[in-house]
Ligand binder design. Structure first.
Ligand SMILES: *Cc1c(COP(=O)(O)O)cnc(C)c1O
Length: 390
């Protein structure tokens, strides 16, 4: 199924982002395989499913064994519920204006809401009264992130407020780890210690806490002791483990373009703005009509490779010179058989034969650009034609 982008006919565009839902399904299945029977998997599909399409990602993950869905924005949660995805959904990021607009409908739809302050608790309660339905609350505890979540010292207050408000039902206590991608960092254990003592204080006020959840992808893969009742992987579902792992995961997103021009240049020829690159030998350059306005990170200029698929086979070649808004240049090599029209895989899964070089990963672009694969996959812009494989 091809989803046309609004402004331009995808048939007229050289660039494609291909989404393979079966990769998300299989990655989810591989991750659920790591869990004890009592632990559920919440597929995190915020930010339009990390750029893969929220509904596509959600459906694929549910097929792979996820039984919960998690999103940042209440509006995204509503979209999931309206699509008929009949599993518990958690949303965790809203401010008073948004809450007033959508929380009644969110709670009325049976969607779970996270609460990270007394104010958020009051917003949830007011919305629940309006919806005439109890709000299912996950209490977010700030165990060290300093971001969303209530200070541990507020746990008893919040606990009492939940206990005394008939419109609030405590479903879970949860927290988010700052440094799980570095298993050697003691911050994780410190956060867990704070979490556990805060849960004890909370339980003093409200009784047993039905669910606890802590683990993102990194903790899912590296800390089985932190799986608790529910794990919340995001990036691993999409094929990029944030810690080394033997679990087979493959990228679900592939960004492709096509060579526009192939031309020979002499040694010492400059390439691109600022002339940061000069050819080291007489060579053949390829022009690719895709640039930072399509989602490449300019900071990764002259530091990564792409896969060019020529009649003579697949070949990894360096991207050279500055990344422009609409175009990049690759050094095909002096003896290249590449021709205009040949496909270029910027990153993802080339699906090539085992003896062929594999496509560059979003993680390699991330390394080149000084960022993380999360930012690479969520950066592909709206002008790239989107195609979901079936
Ligand atoms: C994004 C997010 C996750 C998923 O994190 P990954 O590192 O992508 O696995 C889990 N929990 C919360 C609260 C998040 O915001």
């Amino acid at each position: 199924m091809t989803l046309p982008i609004p402004a331009e006919d995808p048939r007229h565009l050289p660039n494609r982002v291909l989404i393979d839902p079966s990769a998300i399904t299989e990655n989810t299945r591989a991750l659920t395989g790591l869990l004890q029977e009592q632990t559920a998997l919440m597929a995190v599909v915020k930010a339009d499913g990390y750029g893969h399409g929220m509904l596509t990602a959600a459906r694929a993950a549910l097929e792979g064994g996820a039984t919960w869905l998690g999103v940042a924005h209440p509006a995204s949660a509503l979209a999931l519920a309206r699509a008929g995805l009949d599993v518990p959904i958690l949303t965790w990021l809203y401010e008073p204006h948004t809450a007033e607009q959508v929380l009644p409908e969110v709670i009325g739809s049976g969607i779970d809401v996270s609460v990270g302050s007394l104010e958020m608790l009051h917003l949830a309660s007011a919305a629940a009264q309006q919806a005439e339905r109890r709000a299912r609350v996950h209490l977010k505890i700030d165990t060290g992130m300093g971001r969303n979540g209530a200070a541990p010292s507020l746990a008893r207050d919040i606990g009492r407020t939940v206990r005394d408000d008939e419109f609030l039902q405590l479903v879970a206590a949860w927290t988010h780890l700052t440094s799980a991608d570095d298993p050697a960092d003691p911050a994780t254990d410190q956060q867990v210690e704070v979490f556990d003592s805060t849960c004890e204080a909370l339980a003093d006020e409200v009784g047993p806490i039905p669910l606890q959840h802590i683990a993102n992808s990194a903790a899912l893969l590296s800390r089985p002791d932190l799986h608790r009742d529910l794990v919340r992987p995001g990036i691993a579902l999409y094929g990029y483990p944030p810690v080394p792992t033997d679990v087979p995961l493959r990228p679900a997103m592939t960004l492709t373009s096509r060579l526009a021009i192939v031309k020979d240049v002499p040694e010492g020829h400059a390439v691109g703005y600022g002339r940061i690159h000069h050819t080291a030998q007489p060579t053949r350059l390829g022009l690719v009509p895709l640039g930072y306005a399509d989602g490449l990170h300019r900071a990764g200029s002259d530091r990564c490779e792409v896969l060019v698929r020529t009649a003579a086979g697949d070949r990894r070649v360096p991207q050279v010179g500055r990344i422009s808004m609409d175009q990049i240049v690759v050094d095909l090599g002096p003896d290249s058989e590449a021709a205009p029209g040949d496909e270029v895989v910027i990153f993802g899964d080339s699906g090539g034969a085992p003896h062929e070089p594999s496509a560059v990963g979003a993680d390699e672009w991330a390394l080149a650009a000084g960022t993380i694969p999360y930012e690479v996959v969520t950066s592909v812009s709206g002008r790239v034609a989107r195609q979901v494989l079936s």
